[in-house]
Design a protein around this ligand. Structure first.
Ligand code: NAI
Ligand code: MG
Length: 369
């Protein structure tokens, strides 16, 4: 039997509610499909702070590091707004990203046909959309030095942020993009601003050379990032995988996400480098949304973002492509049937609870066997 280790970090607020719906899928896949998931569970965020004064304990960090994949719910809430900066709930997530060296952030934009009507774009522009934005997460202008505000002494100040990228950082994010493109439609578009930024020139050169040396079977195109933003809104279906730096990726992934709907629907993944021995990448999967304290504990949370994050985990950490496709199809079918949590329901339409949505997706997943 396969041996797959999963470390669950439900976190705070609606995190645990959403994670419960993934647990049902894991149990079913173990019992009926012989998936061989071995799960362990830890604490992260406010609940971890309450338990032991840190946003994640050393013991849980070790388990997260050892696991094939981490499933993360959400952290934070008003209860912890005034805790010290370095132990605030978000510190748990930042620590995981840093220690696991999760340099590649994957944000899919999938438009389920049943929700195409609720997009701000025309339904035909977004219906059936399935693209993946890969954002470099640990380098670039958010981290480059110098980073400071200088008092010029003449009543003026000067703010400096520095965009820095080294060859290896560009190669490893390009490697993720090409690898993942092979599991999809074999097409990558790299975005930068080589017309005005030296980092864009290097980005373009390195991606081009890396492609030629290792991945020439994948179709590669280049686009200036501002033009890319226009094209994402004009005709997003022209893309499959987009790879870009930290800053452009932050913006372009938010634009792409909103082509398709509610925060309660959006999954994400963060990947690290392949292990020298096993070739496996460290990985963390999480919904884009936060802990939603306004609806926590009321059974109103939409578990789809968390469940779709698990589908990404099946696809990218365990190469369970058929099961990932089947789970995404189950979500689409449930939406086709008109089953809605409050966040994606039309005004006055009937809604289901978190648990009912999870049950419906599990039932559909079983039916698709
Ligand atoms: P949020 O994403 O928690 O909520 C924003 C709005 O979207 C709320 O009205 C919420 O009810 C709704 N919403 C979010 N997820 C939903 C879901 N699955 N189903 C239905 N409705 C959903 O962002 P907000 O309110 O800015 O932050 C709340 C807390 O979460 C804060 O403490 C913040 O720091 C934390 N946060 C944590 C993140 C993480 O764990 N990765 C990311 C973003 C915020
Ligand atoms: Mg953002």
């Amino acid at each position: 039997m396969a041996h797959r280790t999963l470390f669950l970090l439900p976190g705070d607020g609606i995190g645990p509610e959403a994670m419960n719906e993934v647990r049902k899928l894991i149990t079913y896949m173990n019992d009926e499909l012989g998936a061989g998931f071995e799960t362990d569970e830890g604490m992260v965020g406010g609940c971890a702070y309450d338990a032991h004064g840190a946003a994640i304990s050393e013991a849980d960090m070790e388990k997260a590091t050892a696991a094939d994949a981490v499933l993360f719910g959400a952290v934070g809430g008003p209860k912890w707004d005034s805790v010290p900066y370095d132990v605030r709930p978000e510190a748990g997530l930042l620590r995981l990203r840093k220690d696991l060296e999760l340099f590649a952030n994957l944000r899919p934009a999938i438009c389920y046909p049943a929700l195409a009507k609720s997009s701000s774009l025309k339904p035909e522009v977004v219906e059936g959309l399935d693209i993946l934005i890969i954002r470099e997460l640990t380098g670039g202008v958010y981290f480059g030095e110098p980073k400071e505000i200088i008092d010029l002494g003449n009543g003026q100040k000067r703010a400096i942020d520095t965009q820095v990228y080294d060859t290896y950082e560009i190669e490893r994010i390009a490697g993720v993009a090409f690898d993942l493109a092979r599991t999809r439609n074999n097409k990558v578009c790299s975005m930068e601003k080589r017309n005005v930024m030296k980092s864009g020139v290097l980005w373009n050169d390195v991606v081009t050379a890396y492609h030629k040396a290792h991945h020439s079977d994948v179709e590669l195109t280049h686009m200036l990032a501002d033009a890319g933003g226009m094209q994402l809104v004009r005709w997003p279906k022209q893309f499959d995988v987009i790879v870009t730096d930290n800053l452009f990726g932050d913006m372009l992934s938010d634009v792409a996400a909103m082509l398709t709907g509610s925060l309660g629907m959006l999954p994400s993944a963060s990947l690290g480098a392949p292990d020298g021995k096993t070739g496996k990448r460290k990985a963390l999967y999480e919904p884009v949304h936060g802990s939603a304290p306004d609806i926590a504990g009321q059974g109103k949370a939409n578990p789809i973002a968390m469940i779709a994050s698990f589908a990404m985990c099946l696809r990218y950490s365990f190469e369970m492509i058929a099961e990932a496709d089947r789970l995404e199809k189950a979500i689409a079918n449930v939406l086709d049937k008109g089953i809605r949590t409050p966040d994606i329901a039309e005004k006055g339409a009937p809604t289901v609870s978190t648990v009912e949505m999870g049950d419906a997706i599990l039932a559909e997943f079983k039916a698709l066997a």
